[in-house]
Design a binder for this molecule. Structure first.
Ligand SMILES: Cc1cc2nc3c(=O)[nH]c(=O)nc-3n(C[C@H](O)[C@H](O)[C@H](O)COP(=O)(O)OP(=O)(O)OC[C@H]3O[C@@H](n4cnc5c(N)ncnc54)[C@H](O)[C@@H]3O)c2cc1C
Ligand SMILES: *[C@@H]1O[C@H](CO)[C@@H](O)[C@H](O)[C@H]1NC(C)=O
Ligand SMILES: *[C@@H]1O[C@H](CO)[C@@H](O)[C@H](O)[C@H]1NC(C)=O
Ligand SMILES: *[C@@H]1O[C@H](CO)[C@@H](O)[C@H](O)[C@H]1NC(C)=O
Length: 507
């Protein structure tokens, strides 16, 4: 490339691996906070032939909207969201997520109603990706059909740089590498291979997969699969013009439980409108009790049959039965998670998004957490004071602020999933109600369901009670401490080191 003397030399060369929500949000944040005097060279490497997205619906919650406002994308993204029929503005609490008991042929029973300042906001993933793409900084070069196989640490004039190897046989060099390559991250695989080989002292563990620490870098099957398809709203309206899934500008969970002789299947269905109400996004969950941690026997995403979907929810309330009449081209997705990754940073390489904290979809927060990672990482790296020499310590502050928090969200999501499938110890357990049961027995069930509902609402409350701004303030003060003369060695750097040894005894 020709050297343009009017542009300053880049502070460092950064490679972003992946082109999903995490990667795009990072690039947008870098563009938003970049300082013209000190640009960074950004190269984004995406495995697929184009920047696109798999899956249909995505829900967006209050913490994410706060970041979107900071990034100047609020209005544009909000115009993609399915709106509540309400013009009273954003600050009132509105219903966001309804939970119903639906595993009986009579009308379901609503047992929880999660309220949020914006209600539940939902959209098509492609619409979110479109908004992010339109705001990419021009000096972020996108390279498609570049599937990373792995990276190597290379010593160059006493500094560490990274050699990236791609599936097409090509290589690239970078000073800083950000792995935003999703749950099957090759960046993470390389990072843990290196860490295991170089730093692990666990004598019993020879293979990385068997190492006490490093095995957590391998995704775990949750025992859950989800059946996904889109229902054209007009079709469902013909069947039932007042179907809740059509008119509720919020998410709905139809919950239940099936006990077979040999196996217990826990089930629920989540629906919400997307694409300005043109479609209802259907996600049917089936949890095989006892299968958590087992190896999933199929490919992670495959086509399913209509019969398979119907078999799981037959005999449920009429609204469910009506949606099952609209099954078309269903797919089945195995849900894997990363719930205890010991570290997300090594040298000048950091992981973000699903590469760090892939989670169940029960509180629709995987994308939001990816965006929170991007916001802090992006602001840190955009700051001209983050010189190459400081990248390592800055990344450790990012890890310190974000890793445990993200993993905490993985736990919260898991908890809500168990609760809404009537499988959480001490709460309503889904004991079947006989059709002929007496009124007072039903009252007892409803009382137990009310208790369950309050527990679910309580888990959700972090979205409004824990402020993303506070997390940024903490990150910022840790960052600023790097430059305050008195504290230079003892504060941020010291803390990062302590954290390091506390969390990961192998490093
Ligand atoms: C059923 C379901 C429902 C969900 N619902 C919600 C929701 O309502 N709200 C929400 O916030 N989240 C939701 N999520 C979670 C959300 O989809 C993820 O958390 C989010 O997509 C993570 O973004 P990411 O960029 O980290 O990873 P990904 O979206 O997986 O993107 C990774 C990118 O990297 C690329 N890539 C992968 N490997 C390589 C490689 N080796 N080299 C180069 N590129 C590579 C991929 O092609 C992809 O483009 C849901 C997930 C599921 C499964
Ligand atoms: C992109 O380049 C322009 C012009 O040199 C610069 O102002 C901007 O800061 C750069 N962006 C990033 C993210 O480095
Ligand atoms: C939306 O609100 C308007 C005015 O309050 C009302 O006339 C209309 O019926 C509402 N639509 C729906 C789908 O609830
Ligand atoms: C899955 O279904 C889609 C459309 O329904 C079809 O185009 C595709 O070929 C199917 N894939 C497989 C592997 O059967």
């Amino acid at each position: 490339m020709a050297d343009d003397s009017s542009t300053p030399t880049p502070r460092f060369r950064m490679a972003i691996i992946g082109g999903g929500i995490a990667a795009l949000s990072l690039a947008v944040t870098l563009g938003r906070y970049a300082d013209g005097s000190s640009p960074i060279q950004i190269d984004m490497y995406e495995a697929g032939p184009e920047i696109t997205t798999v899956g249909a619906g995505i829900s967006v919650w209050p913490r994410t909207w706060v970041i979107m406002r900071e990034l100047g994308l609020y209005e544009e993204l909000a115009s993609e969201a399915v709106k509540a029929n309400d013009s009273s503005g954003g600050e009132h609490l509105k219903p966001a997520f309804f939970y119903r008991k639906s595993d009986w042929p009579q009308e379901g029973f609503e047992y929880a109603r999660v309220m949020m300042p914006n209600g539940g906001t939902t959209m098509h993933r492609a619409e979110m990706v479109g908004v992010l793409l339109r705001h990419l900084p021009t000096n972020c070069s996108i390279h498609t059909s570049k599937k990373l196989l792995g990276y190597e640490e290379v010593s160059e004039d006493g500094r560490t740089t990274y050699m990236l190897h791609f599936a097409d046989g090509t290589t690239a060099v970078a000073d800083v590498v950000i792995g935003a390559d999703g749950i099957k991250s090759k960046t993470r695989a390389s990072m843990y291979d290196l860490a295991h080989k170089v730093d692990c002292s666990d004598p019993e563990a020879t293979k990385r997969e068997e190492c006490r620490q490093c095995r957590h870098a391998t995704p775990k099957w949750t025992g859950i699969v989800t059946y996904r398809y889109l229902i054209p709203s007009d079709r469902l309206r013909e069947i039932n013009p007042t179907h809740r899934a059509l008119d509720t500008p919020a998410l709905l969970s139809y919950s239940g439980k099936h006990k077979f002789v040999e196996q217990i299947l826990l089930q629920h269905i989540v629906t919400y409108p997307i694409s300005h109400g043109k479609f209802v996004n259907f996600v049917g969950f089936v949890t095989q009790e006892g299968a958590e941690g087992a190896t999933y026997p199929h490919k992670w995403v495959i086509n399913a049959t209509r019969e398979e979907v119907v078999s799981h929810y037959s005999g449920w309330e009429p609204e469910v039965e009506q949606m099952l009449r609209c099954v078309e081209n269903p797919t089945v997705w195995a849900i894997h998670v990363l719930d205890s990754l010991p570290f997300s940073v090594r040298g000048q390489v950091a992981l973000m998004g699903d590469a760090v904290h892939a989670m169940t979809p029960h509180i629709g927060s995987g994308g939001g957490q990816a965006i929170e990672d991007a916001f802090i990482l992006g602001r840190f790296l955009a700051d001209p004071r983050t010189t190459l020499a400081r990248v390592e310590v800055v990344l450790r502050i990012y890890q310190d602020i974000r890793l445990q928090f993200g993993l905490g969200v993985v736990q919260r999501s898991d908890k809500v999933g168990r609760m809404c499938e009537f499988d959480y110890p001490g709460l309503y357990d889904g004991a079947p109600v006989p059709a002929s049961c007496k009124e007072d027995e039903l009252d007892l069930t409803k009382e137990r369901l009310g208790e369950l509902g309050r527990a679910i609402e309580d888990v959700w409350s972090w979205q409004v009670k824990e402020h993303v701004e506070d997390q940024w303030d903490e990150a910022k003060s840790r960052y600023e401490a790097l430059f305050s003369e008195k504290q230079r060695d003892t504060s941020a750097v010291g803390k990062a080191k302590n954290y390091w040894s506390r969390v990961c005894p192998i490093m």
